[in-house]
Design a protein around this ligand. Structure first.
Ligand SMILES: NC(=O)C1=CN([C@@H]2O[C@H](COP(=O)(O)OP(=O)(O)OC[C@H]3O[C@@H](n4cnc5c(N)ncnc54)[C@H](OP(=O)(O)O)[C@@H]3O)[C@@H](O)[C@H]2O)[C@H](O)CC1
Ligand SMILES: [K+]
Length: 457
């Protein structure tokens, strides 16, 4: 997985420090930061009267640079600050701003609001003396642009520490931070632009990128493309959705294992009413998917036990996760795909951000954990983690989880490692949802998978 790196506030500071150690100054970095935001604001908003809000730290320092650069382009620019700058670089930029600086409390609004109050240095919830004018000015503006981050979000966990204003654009500086992708903060960003200021960052946490999934070659046949076995349980419709998703997601051979023979779906799905253990004994089985529509009774438990003992790569979803609650480490690095409720049943209440929790769960279970939601996080036991770019809210509908599990199974069966398979499935799912559009149902996702796959060739 090779997506854009996502750095915490401390990691961002370390990346900056490494660049400063080479002789680049903070002021140079700040000029670069102000430059990319001013350019983005100019392109987005054009010649509109602008109010720049500056905080006490380096985010505020960026704000003074932005104000100077936009004024130099002929814009009517005013600056308001929450107080005096507290860092040397911000003081230097304040000194280079040749206009007045008004107090934040009673400044008049402008059509374009640029928020440079707080970035990665926000350490606690916003004081009402800052939150109230910020909210007032944002409401009165026509366009709102956040510098690095909306002021009032937790950089590392995406929590709301302020009024929760929605921006039209956020210019992330140097690297993405977790709040750019974690909810509820991520929903406030508007268009997210990454401003390159020559501060490279590397991280074990990345954004899920479009996977490269080459078309089958001349040497491929149905089994090399991946044989997925989906176990049917109490609600065979869910298993059928998973099976169809695996098939349209690129698997060469899909078997539905269970009793619900002949219950709709493509003729190309092989249906076998044989014991699951017997089906999984075939070496050509690439993945067993257990959980969608499984049920939670003794029969379900028995199927899960058979799958756990079969020694095949596993994707475990839905009811299988609930049945697993309380188990310790699993063998063979299965992929677990819980939503929040299943996650809590399986792992209890863990502390920290969604990334922290997914990582802790992956380490504890020795599994790849896909913590599903509006900000899906994938984590591996070795600390690798990835966050999905926001997917359409229309995905919050019955059956979409079954489709995701089938997609992940198909990618695992084609030979991707569990972490990459999970990320590829999440990407395809989100992309298919964008193609399917408003009002989508789970079946529509399956119909759009061929086009999503095409995008990955
Ligand atoms: N990424 C880069 O390479 C560059 C980023 N730049 C910009 O710098 C900011 C980070 O700057 P920093 O000074 O570390 O932090 P902030 O400006 O976000 O805020 C720190 C100041 O704010 C005070 N603070 C914190 N929380 C609150 C609060 N709730 N209410 C009031 N004041 C608060 C804090 O004071 P303390 O009392 O906590 O000490 C600081 O005074 C980054 O986001 C980019 O925009 C650089 O321009 C260069 C390159
Ligand atoms: K900001």
């Amino acid at each position: 997985m090779n997506g854009r790196p996502i750095l915490t506030a401390a990691e961002t500071r370390a990346a900056e420090a490494a660049v400063f150690a080479t002789g680049v100054t903070v002021e140079q970095a700040m000029e670069a930061a102000g430059g990319v935001v001013a350019e983005a604001a100019w392109r987005h908003a054009g010649r509109v009267p602008t109010l720049v809000l500056c905080g006490p730290g380096n985010n505020g320092g960026d704000g003074y640079v932005i104000a100077r650069l936009l004024k130099a382009r002929g814009l009517k620019v005013r600056v308001a600050a929450s107080g005096e700058p507290k860092t040397d670089a911000a003081r230097a930029m304040r000194a280079r701003w040749d206009g007045p600086v008004e107090p934040l409390a009673d400044v008049a609004p402008a059509p374009l609001l640029i928020d440079a109050l707080f970035g990665t240095g926000l350490a606690r919830p916003l004081d009402p003396a800052i939150a109230a004018p910020l909210e007032r000015l944002a409401k009165a503006a026509r366009l709102r642009i956040a510098v690095d981050l909306p002021s009032g979000v937790g950089t590392d966990d995406g929590a709301l520490l302020g009024p929760g204003i929605a921006y039209e654009m956020t210019v992330a500086l140097a690297v993405l931070k977790p709040a750019h992708r974690l909810q509820p903060a991520a929903a406030l960003m508007g268009r997210l632009v990454l401003g390159d200021i020559d501060i490279p960052g590397a991280s074990k946490l990345v954004e899920i990128a479009r996977p490269h999934l080459p078309a089958p070659g001349p040497a491929d046949h149905k089994y090399t493309r991946g044989h997925v076995v989906v176990a049917e349980g109490a609600m065979p419709g869910a298993a059928l959705l998973s099976a169809m998703a695996a098939q349209r997601g690129g698997a060469g051979y899909v078997t539905l294992a269970g009793r619900a023979t002949g219950q709709g779906g493509p003729a190309a799905i092989v249906r076998r009413d044989a014991p699951l253990g017997e089906i999984l004994a075939d070496d050509r089985v690439g993945v067993a998917l257990v959980g969608p529509g499984l049920g939670r009774d003794a029969a379900a438990r028995a199927l899960l036990d058979v799958a756990l003992a079969a020694g095949r790569p596993l994707v475990l979803d839905a009811d299988a996760l609930v049945l697993l609650a309380g188990s310790g480490a699993l063998s063979g690095m299965p992929i677990l795909t819980p939503h929040e409720g299943e996650f809590t049943k399986l792992f209890g209440e863990l502390p920290g951000s969604r990334i922290d929790r997914a990582r802790a769960a992956a380490e504890r279970s020795r599994a790849v954990v896909v913590l599903k939601g509006p900000d899906t996080v994938v984590a591996a036991p070795d600390g690798r983690a990835a966050i999905a770019a926001p997917a359409p809210g229309w995905l919050a509908t019955a059956g979409t989880g079954d489709v995701l599990a089938g997609l992940i199974a198909a990618n695992r069966a084609r030979g991707l490692d569990p972490f990459d398979a999970a990320c590829a499935g999440v990407w395809l799912h989100g992309y298919a949802a964008r193609l399917a559009g408003a009002g989508l149902i789970a079946d529509d996702l399956i119909a759009h998978l061929p086009r999503a796959l095409e995008a990955c060739l």
